[in-house]
Design a protein around this ligand. Sequence first.
Ligand code: HEM
Ligand code: HEM
Length: 174
Amino acid sequence: MINDSIDRYGSITRFFHWLVAVLVFQQFFKFADRINDGKHWLGDTFGPYHVSIGAIIMILAILRLLWSMKQKNQRPIIEGANSKLVKTVHGIMYFCLIAMPPLGALYIHGHGYPVKVFGQVLIEKPADKVQWAHDIGELHSILAIVLAILVVGHIGAALYHHFIRKDDTLRRMA
Ligand code: HEM
Ligand code: HEM
């Protein structure tokens, strides 16, 4: 089933959800740059793809958001005392996925480097460092920490529903 229904997310929503989840986990390896002055095999292995994969995540998140708006009236209803909190967390996660790539680009630009996606120069190397871009770009790291905390809470909530409440929350996205 391509479309969502009241009891289950459809294949397109599930495809977007799990593909973005895998890509985002891989982006989190960038935290490894904080270890040993950036000389860590995780950062070295995944670091070179960080910008290009980040750009793909942003495009997937926008498409996914548009798709979820189209499915609005026929998807599983998030109920319960925490429904507002759950929707807010989902909304902030979407916000992070869409805002982080431009902020990362500002950070790189601010440091005086060109921004390249799949080898194509998107923003030319500036003549010098650009202080304002660097300052705004620093929000990228803050949002990375916010997103990581929300993802941990999100996974904890999914496992809680599945193993303790024993309801359909995880199954309808699986
Ligand atoms: C939604 C997609 C993205 C996610 C989830 C993500 C995640 C992360 C994470 C977890 C870190 C480590 C932060 C830290 O240690 O404080 C990081 C750092 C970084 N990211 Fe991203 N990123 C994404 C997209 C991008 C894009 C598209 C770019 C560039 C255009 C980019 C550029 C950077 C840079 C330059 C750093 C190093 C910042 C620093 O050293 O303070 N990121 N990112
Ligand atoms: C980086 C990783 C992840 C992100 C960014 C993320 C994001 C989201 C978002 C935005 C939604 C709202 C529905 C939608 O618009 O598609 C959602 C739903 C959901 N996610 Fe994740 N997710 C991630 C990983 C996971 C993992 C690992 C699990 C399972 C252990 C999981 C389980 C679920 C479930 C069960 C729902 C449906 C919730 C409901 O209908 O009440 N997610 N996720």
